[in-house]
Design a protein around this ligand. Structure first.
Ligand code: ADP
Length: 410
């Protein structure tokens, strides 16, 4: 006799199309199995495997042999063994089931994208309240390893967005290697008003920057002593106990790789999208794997890749690919996202950082590359709603004030 079968493969949650020929007892068993599988929680995503769409076909033979298909985000999922054990434990000693065989398969890209969307939605529903306005776009600037220019990209991109008229927050979450204060020529601490940390503010043409960094709270050599829980707590305070005000973008300079800070960020601000910074060498597979792992474990969307230290152009206009070529495109292809821009290797960028006047404040060829990148972000990759930038809102406020005073004097 034909086994009953759930045809709604990997659907969220189960919608069954039942075979008319199946005996009701077998169907009941399948229902019971699915119910029990809803108790198995994916340890990373914190949700049960049925609602995450990880349970595929379930069949039960008339002799009681159950076959269950479980789809994992990747075949080499490090938690595979744990999930297998949990599934076996959930359905052991089920009356009418004589044996259980599991088939662990890898999700196709469409199912994987659907799972990530579902997990993100759940995370957003559970995210704590923060002081960051709901309309602000949050971009985590991240890299697989240190020294690729992540902080330089963060600061220069933030300045360029501010020059376009936006209010841009910079949260320097690179706790061990914070360099944002130095790159912006800022020193000293932060003030608190009404129990909230006040980010340091800088006017930049039509827009502004608001900056918070561990560098305002700790000396460079003491920050290294901070560990795990304390660090996550510091990040939490930067997010929950700081007065960010009305910002359009928040750029978060993340420590390289995967760790407590990334996990904390995924929990506190699950709407964060990652911009991955990488360098041109092609032999950066490990870095790519680390970056992909970070996005997967944190369940954060990768908005795109930025290649830094790309082709160097000398004063005579000749170009040299000193560090090789193609690393940015390769990482983007591996992750299935776009390469959003390439920033050339440029000694003036180093000099600008050392002097506290980042290169993006000027109009050099490198500054232009940041302008193209910022334009791409605001136009299509991370556009704002129809609110306009800082200046537009200030003008709105001014118009309203003038209208009010005119009404008062009439
Ligand atoms: P990360 O945050 O990834 O550790 P940094 O932004 O601190 O990297 O940059 C590391 C070093 O590389 C710094 O000395 C910085 O000035 C330099 N650097 C960054 N980007 C470039 C570039 N495009 N051209 C030349 N030097 C760069």
């Amino acid at each position: 006799m034909r086994a009953a079968r759930y045809l709604a493969k990997f659907s969220l949650p189960a919608v069954s199309v039942l075979s008319m020929a199946s005996p009701p007892s077998t169907l009941d068993l399948i229902e019971e199995i699915r119910g029990r599988l809803a108790r198995v929680v994916d340890p990373e995503l914190g949700r049960n495997i049925v609602e995450l769409g990880m349970v595929g076909d379930i069949t039960v033979s008339p002799e009681g042999a159950a076959k269950i298909e479980i789809a994992l985000t990747t075949a080499a999922c490090p938690l595979r063994g744990q999930i297998e054990n949990d599934v076996h434990r959930a359905i052991e000693r089920l009356d009418g089931i004589s044996s259980v065989s599991l088939s662990m398969v890898a999700m196709d890209p469409v199912a994987k994208a659907a799972l990530m969307d579902t997990a993100r939605r759940f995370a957003q529903e559970e995210a704590p309240l923060t002081t960051i306005p709901p309309h602000a776009r949050i971009l985590g600037i991240s890299s697989g390893k240190g020294g690729v220019g992540k902080s330089s990209v963060t600061v220069n991109l933030a300045i360029t967005l501010a020059r376009l008229g936006h209010c841009v927050g910079i949260l320097d979450a690179d706790i061990w290697g914070f360099s944002v204060p130095r790159l912006l020529g800022l020193d000293g601490g932060v003030e608190a008003k009404a129990g909230k940390m006040q980010p340091r503010e800088l006017a930049v043409e039509r827009g502004s920057l608001k900056v918070l960094s561990m560098g305002f709270l700790a000396e460079e050599d003491t920050a290294i002593m901070w560990r795990g829980l304390l660090l996550s707590k510091a990040l939490q305070q930067f997010i929950e106990d700081a007065d960010w005000g009305d910002i359009d973008y928040l750029l978060i300079d993340l420590p390289p790789g995967t760790g407590d800070i990334q996990m904390g960020l995924a929990r506190l601000l699950p709407r964060t999208e990652l911009l991955l910074v990488t360098t041109p060498p092609l032999a950066a597979q490990k870095v790519a794997a680390r970056a992909a792992d970070m996005a997967r474990r944190g369940n954060l969307r990768v908005a795109g890749v930025i290649e830094n230290m790309s082709t160097f152009t000398c004063a005579h206009g000749e170009s040299y690919a000193l560090f090789g070529e193609g690393g940015g495109q390769r990482l983007a292809d591996d992750l299935g996202v776009d390469l959003l821009g390439s920033i050339p290797l440029d000694p003036s960028l180093v000099a600008g950082g050392d002097a506290g006047t980042p290169i993006a404040t000027g109009d050099s060829a490198t500054a232009l590359r940041f302008q193209e990148l910022a334009q791409l972000l605001t136009d299509s990759v991370a556009p704002l709603g129809a609110r306009g930038g800082c200046s537009a809102r200030m003008l709105d406020a001014l118009d309203r004030a003038v209208a009010l005073s005119e009404r008062a004097s009439n």
